[in-house]
Write a protein that binds this ligand. Structure first.
Ligand SMILES: NC(=O)c1ccc[n+]([C@@H]2O[C@H](COP(=O)([O-])OP(=O)(O)OC[C@H]3O[C@@H](n4cnc5c(N)ncnc54)[C@H](OP(=O)(O)O)[C@@H]3O)[C@@H](O)[C@H]2O)c1
Length: 256
C-alpha cells in the first residue's frame, strides 16, 4: 500500500495551515505530488488558484487562525470534506520585530505575534483534534523555528511565540500518546519566503521554500519529536547557546 493511501483505501488527507504562501504552499505541492488529498487553509485563496485549478485533490478552506470564533465552523467545513485526517501541518505564522530605538516602541506587536503564532496554533489544534482522534495513528505537526535555539536581537515576540509553540507541542505529545497521535515540532532555519524577504540582516544557509518543504516532508515520514534543519545552522546556534557572551558580542547592536 502506498504511503499516501489510508487503511480504508482512500487517499490520506493532510490539513495545512498557511498554505497560501512560502513554506505552506511548497508543502501543499509536495503532498499533492505524493498523492495526498490536501485541505489548504489561510485567510486568502488567491495564490492557490493555479494549484486549485490543476489538482482535484486540493480544497481551500478559509481560516483566520487568530480568530477563535472561526474554530467550530472550520472544523465543520473540514468534516464536510473528509471523515479522516492522517496529518495536520500547523504552519501558518507571522513575524514582526521589536524596535527599541523608537521613542514609542510598538509593544502591541507582542500581542499580535503571540495571537497568530501561539494562540493561532492552539486554535488550529482545537479545530483538527477530533478528526485526528478519529483517525488511527495520525500525526500532528507544528512549525516552530530554529530561532528558539539561541537569542536573536529584535526577535522578542517571534522567538517567544515559537518557544511557546515548542513547549506546547512537547507537552501535547505526552497527552496525545494515549490517542495514538504522534506530535512533531519542525524547526526550520532561514527559508526564502515573503516572511523573510523583508529582513535586512544576513541569513546564513538560506534555503528555498521548495527545498525546505522537501526536507520537512521527508523527515516527517519517520515522525520525529523534533526536526531542526539545516544542521549547519543548528551547530551555529548550539555554539551561540553554549557561549552566550561571545554570541552577545557578535549579534547585539553596538552602543549608540
Ligand atoms: N521563512 C523562514 O525562514 C521561517 C523559518 C522558521 C520558521 N518559519 C515558520 O514557517 C511558517 C511559514 O512561514 P513562511 O516563511 O512560509 O511565511 P509566509 O510566506 O509569510 O506565509 C505565511 C502563511 O501563514 C498564513 N497566515 C498568516 N497569518 C495568518 C492568520 N492569522 N490566519 C491564517 N493564516 C495566516 C499566510 O496566509 P494569509 O496571509 O493568506 O492568511 C501564509 O499562507 C511560519 O510559522 C513561520 O514562522 C519560517
Amino acid at each position: 500500500m502506498s504511503a499516501s493511501v489510508s487503511k480504508n483505501g482512500e487517499k490520506n488527507v493532510v490539513w495545512i495551515t498557511g498554505a497560501s504562501s512560502g513554506i505552506g504552499l511548497a508543502l501543499a505541492k509536495q503532498y499533492l505530488d505524493d498523492g495526498w488529498k490536501v485541505i489548504a487553509s489561510a485567510r486568502s485563496e488567491k495564490a492557490l488558484t493555479p494549484l486549485l485549478e490543476a489538482h482535484a485533490d486540493l480544497v481551500f478552506l478559509p481560516f483566520d487562525i487568530a480568530d477563535a470564533s472561526q474554530v467550530e465552523s472550520t472544523r465543520q467545513a473540514i468534516f464536510a470534506h473528509t471523515t479522516h485526517l492522517e496529518c495536520a501541518v500547523l504552519n501558518a505564522g507571522t513575524c514582526e520585530y521589536l524596535d527599541l530605538t523608537e521613542s514609542e516602541p510598538d509593544w502591541q506587536m507582542m500581542d499580535r505575534v503571540m495571537s497568530v503564532n501561539f494562540f493561532g496554533l492552539v486554535n488550529s489544534v482545537d479545530v483538527c483534534l477530533p478528526l485526528l482522534k478519529a483517525t488511527p495513528h495520525s500525526h500532528l505537526v507544528g512549525v516552530g523555528s530554529q530561532a528558539v535555539q539561541a537569542a536573536f536581537p529584535q526577535a522578542e515576540a517571534y522567538g517567544a511565540s515559537k518557544a511557546a509553540v515548542r513547549y506546547f507541542l512537547s507537552s501535547l505529545r505526552m497527552d496525545l500518546k494515549p490517542f495514538d497521535i504522534d506530535v512533531t515540532c519542525l524547526l526550520p532555519g532561514f527559508v526564502d519566503t515573503p516572511l523573510t524577504q523583508k529582513n535586512t540582516f544576513s541569513m546564513p544557509f538560506l534555503m528555498s521554500a521548495d527545498d525546505a518543504a522537501k526536507r520537512m516532508y521527508k523527515a516527517l515520514g519517520s515522525r520525529p519529536f523534533e526536526f531542526a534543519f539545516p544542521k549547519r545552522l543548528s551547530m551555529m546556534l548550539w555554539a551561540g547557546r553554549h557561549f552566550p557572551k561571545l554570541w552577545l558580542s557578535m549579534l547585539a547592536p553596538k552602543k549608540k
